[in-house]
Ligand binder design. Structure first.
Ligand code: 2AM
Length: 191
């Protein structure tokens, strides 16, 4: 039995297909040496598209969250990888990401989930939703000039496209080194 008072770090995401993980891994292998060394690359198995980061949720609220997520009605989304970008948009780069082609169903799913989370009084990010797949984190942050050339070269890069048929509730377990992302539940999207 979990102890009361314990919390879980949770997020909602789209998982990637193996072909997409492989394509992103290939991109990483082709990165300039400086970037390869300076970045903390997300391991292939951890790559995902975050829909909402929920932060720490008391463990006893998990079943209510799961129940609410079951009521979300959204359709299958297109997930087409395209180009690279960085956060923040100005100044030194902290995050390197792969972009995702605009898709109405993806935005709708994000919106439906936002409504469901609001019904549970869970705080949402105030930032506009920029669908992306985090590839690497830069600690310390890197001068933009150091990656501008590679980002420009990859502007026309296109990765595999898939139709996403479910979203996933993940627990993130932080520890020493790479976090563990554990899928707790998967929710189908309508065909
Ligand atoms: P991102 O990398 O797609 O931007 C699991 O930790 C995921 O939740 C991360 O991959 C990150 O998404 C997002 N995340 C982690 N910490 C966060 C925070 N403090 N605020 C917003 N999103 C966060």
């Amino acid at each position: 039995m979990p102890k009361s008072g314990e919390s879980m770090r949770l997020f909602l995401a789209f998982e990637l297909a193996d072909v997409q993980r492989a394509a992103l891994d290939q991109l990483r292998r082709n990165a300039p040496l400086r970037l390869k060394q300076a970045a903390r690359w997300v391991p292939k198995e951890n790559l995902h598209l975050t829909l909402h980061f929920l932060g720490d949720l008391p463990r006893e609220k998990l079943s209510e969250l799961k129940e609410t997520l079951r009521t979300v009605e959204a359709g299958c989304a297109n997930l087409a990888l395209r180009a690279l970008g960085r956060f923040p948009r100005r100044g030194k780069a902290r995050v390197l990401w792969a972009g995702v082609a605009e898709d109405e169903a993806l935005r709708d799913c994000h919106e439906q989930l936002a409504r469901a989370l609001t019904r549970l009084d869970l705080p949402l990010s105030a930032a506009p939703f920029t669908p992306h797949i985090t590839l690497a984190r830069l600690r310390p942050p890197l001068e933009y000039a150091e990656l501008a050339g590679w980002l420009a070269e990859q502007a026309s890069w296109r990765g595999p496209r898939t139709l996403v048929s479910h979203f996933t509730l993940f627990e993130s377990q932080l520890g020493v080194g790479v976090p563990r992302y554990i899928p707790l539940a998967r929710y189908p999207l309508a065909q």
